[in-house]
Design a binder for this molecule. Structure first.
Ligand SMILES: Nc1ncnc2c1ncn2[C@@H]1O[C@H](COP(=O)(O)OP(=O)(O)OP(=O)(O)O)[C@@H](O)[C@H]1O
Ligand SMILES: [Mg+2]
Length: 328
């Protein structure tokens, strides 16, 4: 009996709902004195982020990244579309306890110390004094702020990086399952950026879901499971780095000799020094080898190279926005 039941129980096992699942999310603002100008920072945005994923949303300035986070968090009501956060409809207050948020320009109470601010943030989540007494120093250590400074100095005396660290500690005060970080690297020096990367990776190891916006593509490349690119309010690409960058691979080839005229025009960035030459090939590998062997060339080095995330990003944005003049 149990043998026959086992497969059907497995088949009906409840899959956890995605951390984020939205379809057709759009946001329109009416601006201007007569409210006759329409701005649409988000257009038909659909996305699913599984639990435990680290998702990076990239896009040029004004692309709609902050608006996306605000719509997902229910801070801004979308004009149309629907979706869920941790299985509950967008805007549902019952999941607030499980969500953390570092805003793009966090506002700090200048006259409070970081400790007082974090205590206040914890109280918003109705955390007990005894829990906060334990958690605040842990978070300060995690984000790299000295406990002494956090206890004694008001936040108006903090540097930009220190405020950003305080903001991150605030976003994690409720030990959230899902964290939204809007430009978390902003204002941080290289050490601070490195630490922020480590913190995001540790959140990932703890099985938390992280959704963040960033302009620092190298960091995104290291941290994310999956990325999305938003341009002009539209999500134009999404996928793992392998899915996105793997699409645009090329080969770097070096060699010497052969009837160079038979292949020089077919290689990108072709250069020649004496009888040695090099170039890049965007087609298939067998075709490259055929072309070179027919020309009688000897290959001395050949490796696969893929586009960097930065090159891919610029290509995607330019395909939609065109070349941006330097003065813009
Ligand atoms: N409350 C608002 N009223 C009118 N327009 C708005 C409002 N909020 C955002 N916008 C407009 O929506 C567009 C997208 O803004 P958003 O802040 O989402 O961009 P972003 O991708 O986060 O940019 P950045 O990289 O500069 O932070 C911008 O053109 C902005 O001016
Ligand atoms: Mg923004």
């Amino acid at each position: 009996m149990s043998e026959t039941l086992a497969p059907s129980l497995e088949a009906t096992a409840v899959q956890p709902e995605p951390a984020i699942a939205v379809t057709g999310l759009s946001k329109t603002y009416r601006t201007g004195f007569w409210l006759n100008k329409v701005v649409s920072p988000l257009k038909d945005f659909s996305l699913t982020v599984a639990r435990g994923e680290t998702f990076g949303l990239l896009g040029p300035n004004g692309a709609g990244k902050t608006t996306t986070i605000k719509c997902l968090l229910g801070i801004v009501e979308p004009t149309s579309g629907r979706g869920t956060l941790l299985g509950k409809p967008l805007g549902d207050r019952s999941i607030k306890q499980q969500v953390g948020y570092l805003p793009e320009n966090p506002y700090f109470y200048d006259y409070l110390t970081a400790w007082e601010f974090l205590h206040f943030a914890g109280k918003v989540f109705r955390l007990s004094d005894s829990l906060l007494k334990e958690r605040i120093p842990q978070l300060l250590e995690l984000v790299g702020l000295s406990i002494d400074t956090a206890r004694k100095k008001p936040m108006r005396t903090y540097s930009k990086g220190m405020l950003q660290r305080t903001g991150l500690a605030q976003a994690l005060i409720n030990d959230p399952e899902l964290v939204f970080l809007d430009e978390p690297m902003s204002g941080l020096d290289p050490i601070g950026r490195y630490q922020m990367r480590e913190i995001i990776l540790s959140l990932r190891q703890q099985g938390k879901t992280v959704f963040f916006n960033s302009h620092i593509l190298g960091d995104v490349e290291v941290i994310c499971n999956r990325i999305g690119i938003i341009v002009g309010g539209k999500l134009v690409q999404q996928g793992t780095l392998d899915e996105l960058l793997g699409q645009s691979k090329s080969y770097r080839v070096q060699g010497h000799g052969g009837a160079i005229d038979q292949f020089r025009d077919r290689l990108e960035h072709f250069s020649i020094q004496g009888s040695h030459w090099s170039g890049e090939w965007g087609g298939s590998l067998p075709e490259l080898l055929t072309v070179l062997s027919q020309a009688g060339a000897v290959v001395t080095d050949l490796h696969w190279q893929r586009q960097s995330l930065e090159e891919f990003f610029v290509e995607q944005v330019r395909a939609i926005e065109g070349e941006r003049p330097l003065s813009a």
